[in-house]
Design a protein around this ligand. Structure first.
Ligand SMILES: Nc1ncnc2c1ncn2[C@@H]1O[C@H](COP(=O)(O)OP(=O)(O)O)[C@@H](O)[C@H]1O
Ligand SMILES: [Mg+2]
Length: 298
């Protein structure tokens, strides 16, 4: 069976006759609506793609169904990081040439990857019937997933703003470079002042110790507090600088998979655990269809 056919079968299985115990539980692991988390940054090259993919992998290893939306238009992104070559993307779905199941790609740990490709740029121009068709397809998939993680490009552009607004949670990635701080601040300022987004989670990457991460976070809150009222910046944690990460990148593998005992990998697992623990505490408003509806302006 082809990959697409397997996924299609998996997605349609929700309407089949009840299955006994374990099998049923395995097929319907996602009972609550998926959490839709957008990973973004002011500056490029701070680790968004690695963080998205490694978090997705760590969540998948915990038995969660994870969908990664690769919404960065730049070429060197998740597919390159993982050594995948998706033939089709959202563009083909919007053209009606492929359905959603046919463009999804399986990544490490069985995560699903939705390649956006040039389709991302077409979202604003879709007809009503194209949007409805897509939302319908997405709803079937949404019932099967626990987390959708969106890897966006960096900086303030329409594409990044669309995805950041439509997601339920936003993680902003910073590293200790001063430019990463100023660019993150600029991004938060635009999202807060122009789009009324007030809640951000801050994850500091490539630090040598937690103290350094907290220092970066403190600097950000200092500049932000002075200018932005009612802003909520939440320190989510940090990922250490770890040579094993670029080593894995060079081999087109994930550090969590290739070097599970490395300091970076262990932090990714902890962060995934943190996300899983929070799941029941959050009031989750909406679901995956809601996310796309927001994106489509419906
Ligand atoms: N925690 C880390 N430790 C060491 N190097 C890192 C770490 N995070 C990222 N890098 C380096 O930064 C590069 C860019 O990361 P990437 O995830 O592609 O950034 P972005 O998606 O934000 O552009 C990686 O290929 C890797 O070499
Ligand atoms: Mg990237």
């Amino acid at each position: 069976m082809t990959q697409a056919a397997t996924l299609k079968k998996m997605m349609s299985s929700s309407v089949s006759a009840p299955l006994p115990g374990d099998e049923q539980a395995a097929l319907t692991s996602a009972t609550a609506p998926p959490r839709v988390i957008c990973v973004t940054s002011g500056k490029g090259g701070v680790g968004k793609t690695n963080i998205t993919a490694n978090l997705a992998y760590a969540l998948a290893r915990k038995g969660k169904q994870v969908l990664v939306l690769d919404a960065d238009l730049n070429l060197a992104n998740i597919d390159v990081l993982l050594g995948l070559t998706p033939r089709y993307n959202l563009h083909h779905v919007f053209l009606g040439e492929k359905n959603l199941a046919e463009i999804l790609v399986r990544g490490p740990g069985d995560m699903m990857i939705l390649p956006a490709g040039s389709g991302v740029m077409e979202i604003a121009d879709l007809s009503e019937s194209q949007k409805l068709y897509f939302l319908n397809e997405m709803e079937g998939l949404g019932q099967k997933i626990d987390f959708m993680i969106i890897d966006t490009g960096a900086g303030i552009n329409n594409n990044v703003i669309y995805f950041t607004l439509a997601a339920q949670e936003r993680i902003i990635i910073l590293n200790p470079e001063p430019t990463s701080l100023t660019d993150a601040y600029a991004m938060i300022k635009v999202l807060s002042c122009n789009y009324d987004v007030k809640k951000f989670r801050i994850l500091v990457n490539s630090v040598f110790a937690e103290k350094e991460a907290l220092n970066v976070f403190r600097q950000l809150t200092k500049v932000a507090d002075r200018f932005l009222d009612s802003l909520s910046l939440d320190f989510m944690g940090f990922i250490p600088y770890d040579d094993r990460l670029p080593q894995a990148v060079r081999r087109q593998r994930l550090v969590t998979e290739l070097s599970p005992d490395s300091s970076a990998a262990l932090r990714f697992v902890q962060l995934a655990e943190q996300l899983c623990r929070e799941k029941n505490q959050l009031h989750i408003d909406g679901n995956i269809k809601f996310f796309w509806k927001g994106l489509f302006n419906l």
